[in-house]
Design a protein around this ligand. Structure first.
Ligand code: DAS
Length: 332
């Protein structure tokens, strides 16, 4: 029998939220991912009143070490939860470093209308002013809410709610670590209630064409960072090492150094997909019919380089056609 309270499944992967510091007042130095999901949930007052929670440990790593293997485990478990009438919403506890990449990946491959909230913490569990318990409380409350249904994967952090596609980590230390440059949050959490004001218009979750069931890996895609004095060798090396795609995090509006352009052109000639993204952290770079565009270089709309990489990997698992890949960047 379904209980009166919403049932929320919580998948833990490690991160600072599960971290322990040797000294409670020095929260920048700690061991990541050492506490299990049971102890994390036990430290959150009021959780039982919000939802019937069940925790499962999927991994115990700092998210700087995130792998496709963990992504596939999460996608498989969340797709199973999507079909399970005994689960109303899901939460993923995750390190903050690559949370935005995992969130966007799940946003594209989990077929569900049920709420899916990711959260983590900037301070280890035993730090003075630990932010984990509050973020967990908010994530469970969001996952238990009707408001989050059909919204795709959401990141809830420091009382704010962001779309997976739009959220990015903007601060290396502060608890107010996430933002959506140029767009802002979808809403906020107040006393465990979700107040959402807008939603992402891009396709996601049950409306996404991407399906990773049956896959064990994704095509190799490297990110190469643009800068003054850049040289072509890293692009050449990526091609030599068998990358199927390169995301070039260019300067300004995705501009590429004149010394690097020939290597990009050569990569395209060899059939390597190239996304010309921007390292600026904000703004829209639309598809353009310049010299590189004519060669099939794809432009990322307003996706940052790390999210462009996720989408390019999923797109390359289906097609190598640059026009079809460009269309993905206009759709997701
Ligand atoms: N080490 C980090 C991680 O696991 C930091 C964090 O969780 O905030 O991503």
């Amino acid at each position: 029998m379904h209980s009166a309270k919403p049932a929320v499944l919580i998948l833990a992967t490690g991160g600072t939220i599960a971290g322990q510091a040797a000294d409670e007042v020095k929260s920048s130095s700690y061991a990541s991912g050492v506490l299990d999901v049971g102890s994390l949930l036990a430290a959150v007052p009021g959780l039982a009143a919000v939802a019937e929670v069940r925790g499962e440990q999927v991994a115990g790593i700092g998210s700087e070490d995130m792998t496709e293997e963990v992504w596939f485990k999460l996608a498989t478990r969340l797709n199973r939860a999507a079909r399970d009438p005994g689960v109303d919403g899901t939460v993923v506890l995750h390190g903050t470093d690559t949370m935005e990449e995992t969130a966007y990946f799940l946003n594209l491959v989990v077929k569900t209308e049920k709420p899916l909230a990711l959260t983590g913490a900037m301070r280890p569990a035993n730090a003075v002013g630990a932010d984990g318990p509050r973020n967990i409380f908010n994530a469970v409350s969001l996952a238990a809410s009707r408001a989050a249904r059909g919204m795709g994967a959401l990141i809830v952090f420091n009382d704010r709610v962001f779309a997976a596609r739009e959220a990015t980590k903007l601060d290396a230390m502060n608890v107010d670590a996430f933002g959506s440059p140029g767009l802002g949050p979808l809403g906020c959490m107040v006393d465990g209630k979700a107040h959402l004001y807008r939603k992402s218009l891009r396709r996601h979750t049950s409306n996404s064409e991407f399906d990773v069931s049956g896959l064990e890996t994704l095509p190799r895609v490297e990110i190469i960072y643009g800068h003054a004095g850049q040289r072509p060798e890293l692009v050449e090396a990526a091609v030599r090492l068998g990358a199927r795609g390169i995301v070039h995090a260019g300067v300004g509006a995705a501009n590429i150094h004149v010394a690097v352009k020939p290597a990009i052109i050569e990569a395209r000639r060899k059939g390597v997909a190239v996304v010309a993204a921007s390292r600026t952290g904000g703004g829209t770079v639309p598809a353009r019919r310049d010299e590189l565009g004519e060669l099939g270089v794809v432009y990322p709309d307003n996706l940052n380089p790390q999210k462009s990489r996720v989408l390019l990997q999923l797109a390359l698992a289906r097609t190598s056609d640059p026009e079809a890949i460009q269309e993905c960047f206009a759709t997701y």
